[in-house]
Design a protein around this ligand. Structure first.
Ligand SMILES: Nc1ncnc2c1ncn2[C@@H]1O[C@H](COP(=O)(O)OP(=O)(O)OP(=O)(O)O)[C@@H](O)[C@H]1O
Ligand SMILES: [Mg+2]
Length: 302
């Protein structure tokens, strides 16, 4: 069998063994929710200039799950912060829902954040340690305009959000975030997203603090939430194996630039950039259930 045919066979096998959700869908027909042209961020620290993100172009569509993959220091978090409006690009333009993004005032920023939310690498840094879990969740209800709802309704909504992520609200009420385990914290972050229902969710290595089993559960929850709400998910990761497994589109980032992008089958099975090839060859054995190691071997026979 020729390599291409073998690759195709592996794709078919892999498709049967994991749930791919929407990866065959053509998202270019969906409305644009976030796009960028020439987006750049330069940091100047004393005499040292760092080009953290270097003229990147992207088009993210409604409901699409996009992974941005790159090694440490490649510029992923800097790009995330610009997407979230926490950091200004030093050059280039970001468009939100097809129009130039305007977050020039506090009020406009708050409005923008109703549409885009994030979960971060370190869940412990994402909560105010002095706020009880109830208030973390109540803030979400308030943000969605539910401030004046009756107390019973709010409790019902918080209970529903917790049970979506297999947490029991009754056991969390009156606790502080530091009283939870890392995995519970990650799940609480997803419960927040369940309540906020943003159009866009940016997840920066949300599974980095947890074991493989909880990691699969968290990913399943995120995918389920995406399917239920049609939100766009931007997933930031070091892990090309994981990106292959979950994404509709993949962007490979090296030294602040996108060196390759497209459908995961194209990027991972027919990589063109030397950097992508290296990332694939570094995939550890842990990803074997996702068949990447086999894909990798076949790819390198050519
Ligand atoms: N506030 C800052 N001031 C100066 N340099 C910065 C700043 N933030 C990031 N950098 C630099 O920009 C580059 C990209 O950093 P960034 O945090 O975006 O990488 P990353 O891909 O998220 O890495 P990791 O996978 O380790 O989280 C690095 O060289 C980093 O040192
Ligand atoms: Mg980072």
């Amino acid at each position: 069998m020729k390599t291409n045919e073998k690759n195709k066979a592996v794709i078919e096998d892999t498709r049967e063994s994991v749930s791919f959700g929407t990866r065959d869908k053509d998202f270019s027909k969906e409305p644009l929710c976030l796009s960028g042209r020439g987006v750049t961020r330069v940091f100047q620290t004393g005499k040292v200039t760092t080009v953290a993100v270097d003229h990147v172009d992207f088009d993210f569509h409604k409901g699409e799950l996009i992974s941005i993959v790159g090694e440490s220091g490649s510029g992923k978090t800097t790009l995330s912060k610009m997407l979230l409006g926490l950091l200004e690009p030093t050059d280039g333009e970001i468009m939100f829902q097809g129009k130039p993004r305007d977050i020039s005032t506090g009020a406009k920023k708050r409005e923008y954040w109703k549409g885009i939310q994030a979960i971060f690498q370190d869940p412990f840094s994402s909560y105010n340690v002095f706020h009880k879990i109830d208030s973390v969740l109540l803030d979400c209800i308030d943000m969605r305009g539910g401030r004046n709802l009756p107390k019973e309704k709010k409790i019902e909504m918080m209970t529903e959000a917790c049970s979506f992520v297999n947490l029991k609200f009754a056991e969390l009420t009156n606790k502080y975030p530091f009283e939870l385990s890392g995995g519970q914290m990650q799940r609480l972050m997803i419960a927040r997203i369940f309540l906020l229902k943003p159009n866009i969710l940016l997840a920066d290595e949300p599974t980095s603090m947890i074991d493989a089993c909880s990691r699969a559960t968290i990913l399943d929850m995120l995918l389920k939430l995406r399917d239920e709400t049609g939100m766009t998910v931007i997933f930031i990761t070091h892990d090309i194996g994981l990106a292959y497994y979950i994404s509709d589109s993949v962007y490979i980032m090296e030294h602040g630039k996108f060196v390759e992008s497209g459908k995961p089958d194209k990027v991972m099975l027919e990589p063109e950039a030397a950097y992508t090839k290296r990332l694939i060859s570094d995939v550890p054995k842990i990803h074997e259930p996702w068949d990447l190691s086999t894909v990798d071997l076949l790819n390198y026979q050519s």
